[in-house]
Write a protein that binds this ligand. Structure first.
Ligand code: SF4
Length: 177
């Protein structure tokens, strides 16, 4: 037992390295997004994520926005458990026949003004699933899309850039601090 305690005290924990100094750009992006959302909505941005048929690769990148490295919640960006509390829908994957009605209902349940962001190559144009018997098509075939964020999958920083571009489009460019 004593040996185990000593070993645990002496060994460093196995964990991810802290972000490099160059990732300061991420903080700047997240702050810009929060400012833009507050100007347009009077509060921070709430997002509802909808997996309409993805391989889950895009979800891993979206989830990374909340991990200990990106931690975008500190800038006010938060994920809502219900579309009724959301300003924007992040939709991934091509829309499958099984998810079509669920996506339509989620869109209908999201209050105006609302934005739909198609995340990933599959959401934009079916990607690797093109031609599959199981899909209806790209997201814009089912609900109106305001922005496409391409990539397979797009990186968290691309997601932030896309969200800022979307709010900029709706409200005009974000003024710097
Ligand atoms: S874009 Fe790539 S990662 Fe995203 S759902 Fe399609 S195959 Fe998966």
């Amino acid at each position: 037992m004593r040996r185990l305690v000593l070993k645990n005290l002496l060994n460093r924990p196995v964990t991810e390295r802290a972000p490099a100094a160059g990732d300061a750009g991420l903080a700047e992006l997240a702050e810009a997004l929060d400012r833009a959302a507050r100007r347009k909505l009077g509060r921070s941005l709430a997002i509802r994520e909808v997996d309409a048929g993805s391989c889950n690769g895009c979800e891993l990148e979206i989830h990374a926005l909340n991990n200990a490295i990106y931690d975008v919640e500190r800038f006010g960006l938060r994920f809502a458990a219900s579309p009724r509390h959301a300003d924007a829908l992040l939709v991934t994957g091509p829309v499958t026949h099984n998810m079509k009605v669920a996506l339509e209902r989620t869109y209908a349940a999201t209050p105006d003004p609302k934005w739909v962001i198609a995340v990933g190559d599959c959401a934009a144009g079916c990607g690797v699933f093109e031609g599959s018997y199981a899909i209806v098509g790209a997201v814009e075939k089912v609900v109106p899309v305001d922005l496409h964020i391409r990539g397979c999958p797009p990186r968290p920083i691309d997601l932030l850039r896309g969200l800022i571009a979307l709010i900029d489009k709706a409200t005009g460019p974000v003024a710097s601090k």
